[in-house]
Design a protein around this ligand. Structure first.
Ligand code: ZN
Length: 502
């Protein structure tokens, strides 16, 4: 080991330990912590965050990082760890410690204030917190741009935090193209939607039975229960400490069969990525998924491209019927496949179908752009949100609960995150096209044989963690960088075929 890198190791270990504690607090807040625990727990988060900050931002680490950046005898792993830590250092150093600490405290408290506001349809009670979070973000952007001397638009800096190299220029084009392709398809589909009856989905499905079936489906796609757990939370999510501790949640609704099924498959897709990270980089700053876009690329590949296909359900549908004979005896596999692919414009992003999903993301992208590029006022946001829903989806929220208050992201300080959902959806279609080139994908899905699929994804994507960028991964895997045309082709083909006889 390079001697300078050896000197850096204790700092890396400490950062890893502190970050683990923070991840566990976050996990706990969403799963097990009682409601009144929040204030004291937020205090602990604030203190631990400060310790984390001091572990990265100090003169010793700075000197080591600068020297290491010039070293020529580092292993590839050491070099990528140095590069990643240097990036974190450059992002954090311009932010004063007090501001960093206050922001972490604020965003630890944000979700519970948002939850109450959402439950009570009370945007006004959330607006001041939202304003404070946005003001901090704007201040941080200013600090970071000044320090880096970069000529960059404020919102581009945020976008870059979630998916390197994707700016408003690329995203504007991406969304414009999607809108032009999706809207006519949606018009065709909406005309026929009443021909699909999915009443079966809203019969009574006992939660205990759902738990058993959902565990089975996670196992089916390759989720490793020796390295992961499934718990419950209001909003399903995945978190990870390292490749042997990957945690996902789902949410069971007694009167909605598919909600938990598809969130379990989705989060399993995230989990597989993290469980397959190479041991060589496990527990290091590069030992996790490269970006939110690539992460969504995995989760949506499993949820939509695989999970909503007919082949996927061939080995599972009888088991589903056996689990709920009283509800599904009159439903055929074809009815079910049409049901899980029924597309219709709606108000809630997390319940949106595959076809309309990206339109929900467009709304958020444009609202965020207005916040950071046009300084739009906080009070105007609900009505801007509603107008955009009317414009893109033809539906208008009647309350803020089903409008601007529906997502947790802004309460946690995450701006620039949403576009990665749309990018990930497009990446998933691109990966699926590659899988079709190199293996009999349909046959494996029909057999329920996920081993070769997971082996391929591990070999070409998962194991690398952050040691390659999204575009490098795609290019090395299939000779081509990100190309959204795969997604457009996939949607057209899928929906034309599905709806042709209706
Ligand atoms: Zn996801």
């Amino acid at each position: 080991m390079n001697p300078l890198f050896k000197e850096l190791t204790p700092w890396l270990d400490k950062a890893y330990a502190l970050n683990s504690a923070l991840v566990l607090f976050e996990w706990d807040a969403e799963t097990e912590a009682p409601p009144d625990a929040e204030e004291m727990n937020a205090k602990a988060v604030e203190i631990l965050s400060t310790e984390y900050y001091k572990t990265i931002i100090n003169d010793t680490v700075k000197e080591l990082l600068w020297k290491l950046s010039d070293e020529t005898d580092l292993t590839a792993q050491e070099a990528s760890i140095v590069k990643e830590l240097r990036k974190q250092f450059d992002d954090m150093e311009p932010i004063p410690q007090e501001d960093y600490q206050a922001f972490r405290g604020l965003t630890a408290r944000g979700p519970s204030i948002w939850t109450k506001a959402k439950n009570n349809n009370d945007y006004e009670s959330f607006a001041p917190v939202l304003k404070e979070i946005i003001d901090y973000q704007k201040k941080f952007i200013k600090y970071r741009l000044e320090a880096s001397d970069k000529d960059m638009r404020p919102y581009n800096l945020l976008l870059n935090d979630f998916e390197e190299g994707f700016t408003m220029k690329e995203l504007d084009l991406f969304f414009e193209n999607l809108k032009n392709e999706i809207v006519p398809l949606l018009q065709m589909v909406v005309k026929k939607k009443d021909n699909i009856n999915k009443d079966y989905n809203h019969r009574q499905y006992p939660i205990e039975k759902q738990k058993v079936f959902n565990r089975r489906i996670a196992e089916h796609v390759g989720f490793d229960f020796n390295r992961g757990v499934i718990k419950e939370s209001a909003h399903p999510f995945t978190t990870n400490l390292h490749n042997r501790d990957v945690r996902i949640t789902t949410h069971y609704h007694e009167d909605n069969l598919e909600s938990a099924i598809f969130s379990t498959i989705h989060e399993s897709g995230h989990a597989l990525y993290e469980q397959h990270i190479s041991d060589d980089i496990n527990g290091t700053p590069v030992g996790t998924g490269v970006s939110m876009g690539m992460h969504e690329g995995q989760s949506r590949l499993f949820e939509n491209n695989f999970g909503r296909s007919r082949k996927f359900w061939i080995p599972l549908f009888d088991k589903l019927k056996e689990t709920y004979p009283e509800n599904l005896s009159d439903i055929s596999l074809d009815d079910f496949i049409l049901g899980i692919n029924k597309a219709t414009p709606s108000l809630i992003r997390t319940e949106a179908d595959e076809l309309t999903y990206c339109l929900h993301i467009m709304v958020r992208y444009e609202v965020e752009k207005m916040i950071f590029e046009e300084n739009v006022s906080i009070d105007e946001l609900p009505s801007i949100w509603n107008q955009k829903y009317e414009e893109y989806l033809g539906v208008t929220p009647s309350t803020d609960t089903e409008g601007i208050l529906q997502d947790i992201h802004w309460a946690t300080g995450s701006f620039g995150y949403f576009p990665s959902y749309a990018l990930g959806t497009a990446i998933a279609a691109q990966i699926q096209a590659q899988l079709r080139r190199v293996m009999p994908l349909d046959q494996y899905l029909e057999e329920g044989n996920f081993k070769p699929i997971n082996d391929y994804l591990t070999e070409h994507i998962h194991r690398f963690g952050k040691t390659k960028t999204t575009n490098e991964l795609l290019k090395d895997m299939m000779g081509e960088e990100f190309n959204p045309q795969y997604y457009v082709d996939y949607l057209k083909e899928k929906y034309t075929e599905l709806y042709k006889d209706l």
